[in-house]
Design a protein around this ligand. Structure first.
Ligand code: NAD
Ligand code: UFG
Length: 342
């Protein structure tokens, strides 16, 4: 397939570009680099001995999107471009709706107008909000608790509406749980700007000595050990779920909503233990108050994706922390460091 990857320079997008090229697909990227740089794509090109056409532009700019889509003659789109911080979305709700919802509408509507057949969308488990029962199936009621989650749910609805109007247009809403880890080569990984808000990149920087200690946000949740439980999935397994979604849409035009996780709940304390055991590095921790907006537990029912595709998660928690640590060790300054491998 000839695929346009919006947001392809980002964390999940760059790993997905790599997997798509390894599977023989042709890949181009549209990204405004607001949270990334050219470097991950340069590395993907080196790792695959290929060239990736990169268009710098904003997915909300209808003229840019139309010109990229028309010239590229793509048959499929994977739409990663978006803003992803739950906490930032409370400060900038309009920006989150603009980029995540209007950006998705702009890309998808133009795709329909140009006869592009399929689009895979980066949705999020945050569309579920608080749920009483675990694991969470796709037909659970949606109840996002942040502007970020609301913008993802609104974008899903925009896509479903377009698909209702045009049955030859296929969509896949992939609801990611907690993507973590890095490519096993240590050449691709997550490079958050500023102080990382998420558990795994912060933990890696504590282990590297950048920060003194990891704050565990609450140990009095009704969970296995009192700390928050999430469904962590290796970013390479997640990348492969996009390949599986495209292939399912290619076989039969339709609308898909899939949870993408491992279906396994893991606590913060279990993550810390796994990291210490796998790397041999002690991680200083301190229990702090619960983080505002956090939920106790969230993990996926993955029955649907495993029944409707051949996709399976292959990488366990030890692989996630081992690959995270390799990435952190080889790239102490992320993609901007001088000692980065080429
Ligand atoms: P990321 O920030 O690393 O990648 C997003 C990419 O989109 C970046 O390269 C950024 O420059 C680009 N981008 C942002 N706004 C743009 C715009 N207006 N026009 C063009 N490009 C733009 O994030 P990621 O972790 O790779 O996430 C990818 C997608 O997956 C996002 O839509 C995110 O909401 C979603 N998602 C992420 C997670 C997670 O925990 N990482 C979980 C669930 C869903
Ligand atoms: N946590 C800590 N200390 C930290 C950071 C996090 O104890 O320094 C805890 C949290 O309280 C939570 C768990 O680690 O229990 C995971 O927190 P993350 O911030 O890593 O992830 P979230 O589940 O809060 O949210 C993530 C992404 C969202 C995405 C969501 C579901 O940030 O964008 O997963 O996919 F939508």
């Amino acid at each position: 397939m000839n695929i346009l990857v919006t947001g392809g320079a980002g964390y999940i997008g760059s790993h997905t570009c790599l997997r798509l090229i390894e599977k023989g697909h042709q890949v181009s990227v549209l990204d405004n680099l607001c949270n990334s740089s050219h470097e991950p794509l340069r590395r993907v090109e080196l790792m695959t001995n290929s060239q990736i056409p990169v268009f710098i532009g904003d997915v909300r700019d209808a003229d840019t999107v139309a010109s990229v889509l028309r010239d590229g003659q793509f048959d499929s789109i994977i739409h990663f471009a978006g803003l992803k911080s739950v906490s930032e979305s409370f400060d900038k709700p309009t920006e989150y709706h603009d980029v995540n919802c209007i950006g998705t509408l702009t890309v998808a509507r133009t795709a329909v107008q140009l006869g592009i057949k399929r689009l895979v969308f980066s949705s999020s488990a945050t569309v579920y909000g608080n749920q009483d029962t675990m694991p969470i199936p796709e037909n659970a009621p949606t109840a996002p608790t942040s502007p970020y989650g609301e913008s993802k749910l609104a974008a899903e609805r925009v896509l479903c509406g377009l698909q209702d109007e045009c049955s030859s247009f296929s969509i896949a809403n992939l609801r990611y749980f907690n993507p973590v880890g890095a490519h096993e080569s240590g050449r691709l990984g997550e490079d958050p700007r500023g102080v990382p808000a998420n558990l795994m990149p912060f933990l890696a920087r504590v282990a590297a000595g950048v920060y003194r200690e990891l704050l565990i946000y609450g140990n009095d949740y009704p969970t296995v050990d009192g700390t928050g439980v999430r469904d962590y999935i290796h970013v390479v397994d997640l990348a492969d779920a996009h390949v599986a979604a495209l292939s399912a849409l290619q076989k039969r035009p339709r609308r898909i909503t899939w949870n993408v996780g491992r279906g396994v709940g893991i606590s913060v304390a279990q993550i810390v233990s796994a990291f210490e055991r796998t790397t041999g590095i002690n991680v200083p921790c301190r229990v702090a108050h619960r983080r505002e907006g956090d939920i106790a537990e969230s993990y996926a029912d993955v029955t649907r994706i495993t029944e409707e595709s051949e996709w399976r998660p292959h990488k366990d928690l030890d692989s996630m922390v081992r690959d995270l640590w390799r990435w952190q060790s080889l790239n102490p300054h992320g993609y901007s460091g001088a000692s980065t491998p080429t």
